[in-house]
Design a protein around this ligand. Structure first.
Ligand SMILES: Nc1ncnc2c1ncn2[C@@H]1O[C@H](COP(=O)(O)OP(=O)(O)O)[C@@H](O)[C@H]1O
Ligand SMILES: [Mg+2]
Length: 377
């Protein structure tokens, strides 16, 4: 069992906050990914949970017990670092068994457990080698094995795949998913890589400047970003975001910008005749369509990605990126139309960047009279 509760935790270095009032409740058996750009406080938060760093304020609970002041080795947690931190002079077997030797377990018990964990991670053939004679992926598995050997309730991992090449990273992602299923342990995993987060997480906590922007399943963050930051962070290329007006015409709501005039899938009433917003459309949700009137614009560039093409379009003052199957059949300089399904237009408050609370796609039939009554999280 390992339920981790992070209760209003902050960390200051001098006057600067690395982590600011972060609260998270991580259920036993979850694979929670802390995602965010470099410097947003991910490692600091993980290190506080591991006990390597003391919070400036707030509490950390493991299965209901306050461990904020507990020494790292007394927490039922194992940490895996980006740098592997293997002992170069020790064999793989000795490296894996190290945490058990440090706890003075009997030799036979250590050997049995090391063999068991090594088999799980397909390291049995490598037990006599030293780290220098291993590939990056094998070293990473040894680091994982060393974390697993104690059978901790939770694994804390800080960018463990970032030293691997792309192919190995993808293979190791799949291994980690399988390992998580098999162990049923709680995984808390730090990365700046949205692909790792989207593919492995049961839930993602996206951090920005030491604060949590949104917590939810990968689908929730991708399909219903709570802020323009989340919308712009996830997706490759990210969501097209541009200033627009929401206006009412013959009882229907439209998003209008210079070069864009698209119907919206909203029945909620706004009292205002016109509201300034940030509109967002994912590149894969724009369709090149000669007859379309939602967007009329000029192709500025076509990027060939092999399987797909990225078509860059300028419509009035709005720059849009369209992701289309190859060949998209358009050339730079051409005037084209783009269509978009009304439910694929995201709306955010112009000032705060928060998702408009009256945009609730799953409640389309229900008018939402009071904007403040609807949670956006
Ligand atoms: N020991 C430290 N002393 C001073 N500032 C630190 C220290 N550790 C981290 N920071 C600062 O805290 C912020 C968050 O860092 P970090 O948690 O490493 O971010 P991330 O892992 O998301 O890249 C950064 O601005 C970093 O410079
Ligand atoms: Mg870091």
């Amino acid at each position: 069992m390992a339920r981790l509760q992070i209760d209003t935790v902050s960390k200051q270095f001098g006057a600067d906050y690395a982590v600011r009032e972060v609260s998270l409740d991580i259920a036993d058996g979850e694979f929670l990914v802390l995602l965010g750009p470099s410097g947003c406080g991910k490692s600091t938060l993980l290190r506080m949970i591991a006990g390597l760093e003391q919070p400036s304020s707030g509490r950390i609970l493991l299965d209901g017990n306050d461990i904020t002041q507990e020494a790292p080795q007394r927490r039922d947690l194992a940490m895996v670092f980006q740098s592997y931190a293997l002992y170069p002079h020790l064999t793989v077997a000795k490296n894996i068994g190290f945490p058990l030797r440090a706890r003075r377990r009997p030799r036979a018990a250590i050997a049995a457990r090391v063999a068991e964990v090594a088999a799980t991670l397909e390291l049995s053939q490598l037990l006599d080698r030293r780290p220098a004679a291993l590939s990056g992926g094998q070293r990473q598995r040894v680091a994982l094995a060393r974390a697993m050997v104690r059978d901790p309730g939770a694994f804390l991992m800080d960018e463990p795949l970032s030293n691997l090449d792309a192919k190995l990273r993808s293979a190791t992602r799949a291994e980690l998913i399988a390992l998580h299923r098999r162990l049923g342990a709680t995984f808390l995993y730090v990365t700046h890589d949205q692909v790792e987060a989207m593919t492995m997480a049961t839930r993602i906590a996206l951090l920005n400047g030491g604060r949590i922007e949104q917590v939810g399943t990968p689908e929730e963050l991708y399909d219903r970003p709570r802020t323009t930051f989340v919308a712009g962070f996830l997706g490759s290329p990210p969501m097209n975001l541009f200033p627009a007006q929401v206006l009412r015409r013959e009882g229907e709501l439209w998003a209008r910008a210079d070069g864009v005039e698209a119907a919206l899938d909203i029945t909620a009433s706004t009292d205002d005749e016109e509201t300034s917003v940030i509109a967002g459309i994912r590149p894969e949700r724009l369709r090149i369509d000669d007859a379309a009137t939602a967007v009329r614009g000029r192709v500025t560039m076509v990027e060939n990605l092999g399987s797909e093409e990225l078509v860059h379009v300028t419509a009035g003052s709005v720059e849009l990126c369209v992701r289309a199957a190859r060949p998209a059949g358009v050339r730079a300089g051409e005037d084209i139309g783009l269509s978009v399904h009304p439910s694929d237009i995201h709306l955010f408050e112009a000032d705060s960047g928060l998702r408009l609370s009256w945009q609730q796609p799953e409640q389309l039939e229900i008018p939402v009279p009071d904007a403040t009554a609807v949670s956006v999280a």
